[in-house]
Design a protein around this ligand. Structure first.
Ligand SMILES: C[S@@+](CC[C@H](N)C(=O)[O-])C[C@H]1O[C@@H](n2cnc3c(N)ncnc32)[C@H](O)[C@@H]1O
Length: 219
């Protein structure tokens, strides 16, 4: 598959279905915070700070994981977190209880590609390090769009594959390990955003080393 603004083919990706995601994050849950969770801490902090500055209080966080972001939401926000992994959610629930996080409305086991929420239930939806994990990124985008009110905001923070150079080769080499890793190192931005969305997205590189990109899309 390719599209008009891109000359890069959207590479075939190793299968990562819902069962593979659950299996991967069952393994990750206990070590997540000290490993991937800590590498991504700065980018997560900046993303939530951006959300706190946005108008509207109803926030949906898809793929909330162990809930590392939850203590950072302003008390005025009302956050619903969803995740496919019961083990990751258990950690998020424990964190919410231990820190008595009043801004957390609910933590639910649910598929972010097909949620139970009514249209326009939220002002903001955010996916932090989730787009390269879900089986169908464009379905994730469509579902986030549906549950956010017109005029609301969608945010994604993710690692996207490099355009070339040594990093691209490393990402390609790691791609066959996608199932074990639980995410796609060679994930292309084109797999998430079509040409129109890429044209109006406001991408910003985030540390460490610009490895992550924050994308903000008006709904
Ligand atoms: C790399 S972790 C990111 C966790 C968290 N957002 C963070 O910033 O630390 C990816 C999370 O997405 C969840 N996930 C993957 N596919 C999902 C889906 N279709 N619906 C809901 N959650 C999903 C995984 O279970 C995992 O907890």
């Amino acid at each position: 598959m390719s599209d008009a603004l891109s000359t890069r083919p959207i590479a075939p990706r190793a299968a990562l279905d819902a069962d593979a995601v659950r299996a991967a994050y069952r393994r990750w849950a206990r070590i997540y915070d000290a490993s991937f969770g800590s590498i991504t801490a700065r980018a997560r902090r900046k993303t939530v700070a951006e959300i706190n500055r946005l108008p509207g209080e109803r926030v949906l966080e898809v793929g909330v994981g162990t809930g590392l972001s939850l203590p950072r939401y302003a008390p005025g926000k009302r956050v619903t977190g969803i995740d496919l992994s019961g083990e990751m959610l258990a950690q998020a629930r424990a964190r919410t209880a231990a820190l008595r996080l009043g801004q957390v409305d609910a933590l639910l086991e649910m598929d972010a590609e097909a949620t139970n929420f009514a249209d326009a239930s939220f002002d903001i939806a955010v996916a932090m390090f989730v787009a390269s994990v879900v089986p169908h990124p464009r379905r994730l985008l469509a579902e986030m769009r549906r549950v956010v009110r017109p005029g609301g905001t969608l945010l994604f923070i993710n690692h996207f594959a490099a355009e070339g150079g040594p990093r691209w080769w490393v990402e390609r080499a790691l791609a066959p390990a996608s199932r074990a890793l639980g995410w796609h190192p060679d994930f292309l931005i084109e797999a998430l955003l079509g040409p129109e969305d890429r044209a109006r997205a406001e991408p910003r590189a985030m540390s460490p080393f610009g490895l992550f990109t924050l994308i903000r899309l008006p709904n």
